[in-house]
Design a protein around this ligand. Structure first.
Ligand code: FAQ
Length: 316
């Protein structure tokens, strides 16, 4: 097959909504675009373990501790599926991790905010996982097979995460005045950063147009953000609390909620490494990686031993 035929086959698969698989021919920029997005996504999952990991030792009950532990482990698992999906595109895991540790690779802005009370576990589950689900469900239909398939399982787990977050906030909202205030304070701090998670507005989104053409992204940043605002504006009524946006109101004509301006300076400041916890998050990741050196070494020696034993058995 010559280059033209390969490209035609790629385009016809996209047109028919068929998946592109690792061994298929693909344009180099499609490959690079996916490596960028999938590795950033993987990094977000493992850096995303840190803000909640901070509360495992301080969970208010054994049940709460078990649920939080399971959630944080799920996020680690998501990171693994995603690194594995990115590896099918020909990039090594060590390289991706190096890029994260050197600050070259991005990860989601949301994980650079501190978790200062137990209510933050509720706000992260409800708002952050809620935003993640809206963004990720369309990715289950993205054109690259290994990414799409990883997203199916991830989305199932994220739904449980969102419910557990809402459950924490509901308990606090129905608790003492202090607990209610704690829940409101967490929502006040996490709401806008969660709205920003969807990325820059469509006119400032450099990757969207191409991503849509390649059927990686199915909806624009602003479309998904609007869905999020609409969803949260309804769900918060059950909590009897409010979001920190005085301009939030239902627009009958649009059939959507209108909302106030987003502080894009804050967003870009965090994306560019200057959020409240960027340095701390990277430092913790690097330390964890260094402390895990002996585990990687032991696993690789064990794998070598196993392989050589299997070879000996085959030869016998
Ligand atoms: N933070 O042109 P666009 C989770 C960058 S997982 C930092 O619009 P694109 C689960 C963007 O990379 C959360 N940087 O980019 C969980 C680009 O820079 P580049 C992560 C951001 O790719 C819950 C530049 O701005 N989810 O929460 C952000 O078309 C709880 C221009 O932007 C995913 O990664 C941001 N928020 O759209 C875990 C989902 N937004 O790369 C633990 C997959 C934008 O050109 C606990 N990713 N940038 O240098 C996506 O859907 C897309 O990549 C977007 C960005 C929507 C994030």
């Amino acid at each position: 097959m010559d280059a033209n035929q390969a490209e035609n086959l790629f385009e016809s698969k996209l047109a028919k909504n068929e998946m592109i698989e690792p061994k298929d021919w693909m344009p180099e920029n499609y490959r690079k675009h996916l490596i960028r997005q999938i590795s950033q996504h993987a990094h977000s999952e493992i850096v995303g373990m840190l803000p909640e990991g901070n509360w495992i030792t301080r969970a208010p009950s054994l049940r709460a501790k078990l649920v939080l532990l399971a959630k944080v482990q799920d996020e680690g698992g998501h990171g693994l599926y995603l690194y594995a999906a990115a590896e099918t595109l020909g990039t090594g895991r060590a390289q991706m991790i190096d890029d994260l540790h050197s600050g070259k690779a991005k990860y989601s802005s949301i994980f650079n905010y501190p978790t200062i009370s137990w209510a933050d576990m509720g706000a992260i589950g409800w708002l952050v996982d809620g935003a993640a689900i809206l963004n990720q469900i369309p990715l289950c239909r993205c054109s690259y097979g290994p990414y799409a398939r990883a997203m199916v399982r991830i989305c199932k787990e994220e739904s449980f995460h969102q419910r557990q977050g809402f459950d924490i906030l509901l308990a606090l909202a129905n608790g003492s005045p202090e607990q209610r205030a704690m829940a409101q304070d967490a929502i006040n701090r996490w709401y806008w950063p969660a709205v920003m998670m969807f990325g820059p507005s469509d006119d400032a989104s450099t990757n969207s147009a191409q991503s849509m053409k390649w059927k990686i992204k199915r909806f624009s940043n602003d479309e998904l953000r609007q869905r999020f605002v609409d969803m949260i504006a309804e769900q918060i009524k059950v909590l009897g609390l409010v979001v920190p946006d005085p301009e939030l109101r239902w627009n009958e004509e649009r059939g959507h909620y209108d909302f106030g301006p987003i502080d894009w300076d804050e967003f870009w400041n965090v994306v560019n490494g200057n959020g409240p916890c960027n340095r701390q998050r990277l430092r913790t990741r690097v330390e964890a990686h260094e402390e895990g050196e002996w585990v990687r070494e032991a696993a690789s020696v064990y794998a070598d031993k196993k392989r050589s034993r299997e070879n000996q058995t085959k030869a016998a």
